[in-house]
Design a binder for this molecule. Sequence first.
Ligand code: ADP
Ligand code: MG
Length: 237
Amino acid sequence: PAEVEAYRKKHEVTVMGEDVPAPFMSFEAAGFPPEVLKELLKAGFQAPSPIQAQSWPIVMQQKDVVAVAKTGSGKTLGYLVPSFIHLQNHKNNSRMGPTVLVLAPTRELATQIEDECVKFTKSSKISSTCLYGGAPKGPQIRDIERGADIVIATPGRLNDLLETKKVSLGQVSYLVLDEADRMLDMGFEPQIRKILKEIPPKRQTLMYTATWPKEVRKMAGDFLKNPVQVNIGNTDL
Ligand code: ADP
Ligand code: MG
């Protein structure tokens, strides 16, 4: 409809894929669980950012998604909010590993994602933890054993814990590659490939990136199934 076209034009939203749903132009339109909606409104946000508005309905259809939007455009909640809904439908009582796995390039970014996650899950039963190098493994292992639903990890530390069988990824059904371009720039591709071998193929895979160079395209081609792509602005970078 004209309203959808107007929104996409105004916010420079480009979509590629089959049967792409209309963007959620307001938080209320998304049909989120009340506790999630409450936190979004409490944060003082006016409306979903364009990458959220267009990627949320696609992710909620359980499709694989490539989302390309510049830094600061709200990509974190783009994948976190639908992960909360995914968790309601994918109960996993394993104390050896999470349902939702987010890979991020650095300790700093992983920590920021975890902070955002905690902020929006305060009033729910969802638990999360962050795994990164340069810190003792003991407390991280204890958090896994307590049954964290969401694990946010840097590839190096996660591989370490996989090799020593401190974590299992056999229950992961929602996988996010955040800052995919930076992870590849930092040389994490072999680590990411090793990690992905541990995750069952029956899963939803999302890739969020600020740029879309050929290395990232290649990885998307290798790991995502029939993805829908959403670009915001000029992402021919
Ligand atoms: P990116 O991952 O694209 O670089 P972030 O997810 O880190 O961006 O978000 C950047 C900032 O915008 C964060 O402080 C976040 O809380 C805020 N933010 C997220 N969604 C919205 C929104 N819908 N409206 C206003 N601010 C938002
Ligand atoms: Mg980000």
